[in-house]
Ligand binder design. Structure first.
Ligand SMILES: [Zn+2]
Length: 308
């Protein structure tokens, strides 16, 4: 197990496990480059220690129509966070208004900063925006999650995608949502993929990428049929967003916790009819309750039992 990041681990058996050994070594130039570090030329030993971090990566921009106090949605999450930090440093907002904490950077392991902020998504509910920034290596990422407890009921969103415009609708898919596209016989169970705030096109692309990366079939001849069905599914998913002849199709987002939503085609015109989109709340099945960890402990019938 050779891990340039140093994040891998094999458990030892007991304290004197002679069959397991571990060697720490300096990363090679190639390993550093593969990990995304900006590595200077070999003869430039002086700047090696003070190399500039890579340029910051830009996260997803939230759409303009998502507005919240102190939050400028015409700018990216990162720009908002930067603005917040400036205000905070100049004393314009109180320290307790800015909710942030230090967490270890998943990329370089030094302390980075995680900011949190609540926003209200029209037609849905309050959501938490979480943005991470590492001042050391420049890594940035962000996440949007529905705030609050699990809903009383499950909710199923059904979107009829009839026009390429529908591919730009906002989607918040929580990790408790199952995704189905009946036209290509596709189903992804809840818990398979983390939460994402994106568009219809972005969601389908993420699912295809995820499948491609997690290909469970290794070229074994007995798995050839499964492999071809698997790659066909990936192709089908990608075609939905690139080939207009695949329209119309249906996207179902079925969330046991009611933490997902699909946005309107024109969110800036909330009065407009939106016949392609429906959502219905329904009572969770026992299996869904189980997945969410909500099954009550069975207490009836035990009250007359005597302890041994
Ligand atoms: Zn870092």
């Amino acid at each position: 197990l050779d891990d340039p990041a140093g994040n891998s681990f094999i458990e030892s058996i007991g304290t004197s496990d002679t069959r397991l050994s571990k060697t720490l070594y300096e990363r090679t130039r190639e390993q550093l480059q593969e990990m995304g570090y900006n590595v200077p030329q070999a003869n430039d030993t002086h700047t090696a220690a003070t190399a500039a971090p890579p340029p910051p990566k830009h996260g997803a921009d939230l759409p303009d129509h998502l507005r919240a106090a102190n939050w400028d949605f015409s700018k990216s999450i990162e720009d908002n966070i930067d603005k917040r930090r400036e205000e905070e440093e100049s004393g314009n907002i109180g320290r307790d208004e800015a909710l942030f904490f230090e967490v270890d950077c998943h990329h370089c392991g030094t302390k980075g900063r995680q900011d949190m902020c609540a926003i209200d998504i029209p037609g849905f509910r309050e959501c938490l925006v979480m943005a991470f920034n590492c001042p050391h290596c420049g890594v940035r990422n962000n996440e949007v999650k529905a705030a609050g407890a699990i809903g009383d009921k499950a909710r199923r969103w059904t979107l009829r995608v009839t026009d390429p415009e529908d591919l730009n609708r906002d989607v918040l898919k929580s990790d408790s949502a199952a995704v189905r596209i009946p036209e290509i016989d596709f189903e992804m169970q809840q818990g398979t993929q983390g939460s994402a705030f994106t568009t219809v096109e972005g969601l389908i692309g993420k699912i295809a990428d995820h499948l491609q990366e997690s290909n469970p079939f290794t070229g074994d001849s007995s798995a050839q049929n499964e492999l071809s069905a698997f790659t066909q599914t990936i192709d089908d998913l990608r075609k939905l967003c690139s080939d207009p002849s695949c329209l119309p199709f249906t996207l179902v987002l079925d969330d046991a916790a009611d933490h997902s939503f699909i946005g309107r085609r024109h969110p800036e015109r909330p009065q407009e009819d939106d016949p392609g989109l429906t959502s219905e709340a329904y009572d969770r099945t026992e299996a869904q309750n189980d997945e969410l960890g909500l099954l009550q402990m069975k207490t009836e019938g035990y009250e007359h039992e005597q302890p041994p």
